[in-house]
Design a protein around this ligand. Sequence first.
Ligand code: SIN
Length: 281
Amino acid sequence: MEIIPTSPAVGAEILGVDLRSIDDNQFATIHQAFVDHGVIFFRDQDLTPADQVAFAERWGQINVNRFFTPVEGHPQVAEVRKEPDQVQNIGGAWHTDHSYDQIPALGSILFARETPPLGGDTMFASQYAAYDALSPALQEMLLGLWADHSSRHVFGTDPQGLFNNSDAATQDAVHPVIVKHPLSGRPALYVNLAFTLRFHGWTDRESAPLLSYLYEHAARPEFTTRFEWRPGSMAIWDNRAVQHNALNDYHGHRRLMHRITIEGVEVDPAREQPRPERTAA
Ligand code: SIN
């Protein structure tokens, strides 16, 4: 197996492995690459949905998605689909999946089935790099802050029929703004444009200027890598270490991906402190 970083800050491509038949040692190497690089990529995999489920089960418990259409016969596998006549895509802004859950998902395993002739790449940004590049004074302030996150404003509205089950969008969570990564122990920025509402205990207006700055900062080009998909490509990302953004630049073409999300753990603050009471958003 060969592990080749895809940018200085984040991401690595893993060559020379068939994910249908890996042993425990190979899995340990893949898992360590995931911890070291935040997102890992594979090419030319020939996987059925059942193969993808079997591989995903090595990572932990599978989270059955409440909102996306499942693959027939495989409720653990969610379709991330955009048809030629659709305008909106899924995940087309910088975000962290499932930050609206009090126990947010570890990450996702996304497998490309059909890709457009050009475009439809996904960008990933290291939130370790984002934290590290902040001034010490701002780091110090953010280390003491928490933020409110919710799914209601995204999945509860369902403007163009992209999501099923919008009545299930009732999740609210409070997380540290700077988390201690559960695997690496490193501090990472943990607010995102899609699901973060405000700093906990602050008003929306008070929160907006600093959150806007952090969203822009979190996606600075030098913190990112960009993955160009082909059928048979796979990405596995860690939501506690990276944000991602599915580029919506392929109108008139179909893009079909199969996503499995893995359950995570409650995220702890990088600086030890009491967890605030959760209040409704
Ligand atoms: C997502 O946000 O999970 C979708 C990512 C993608 O389709 O590239």
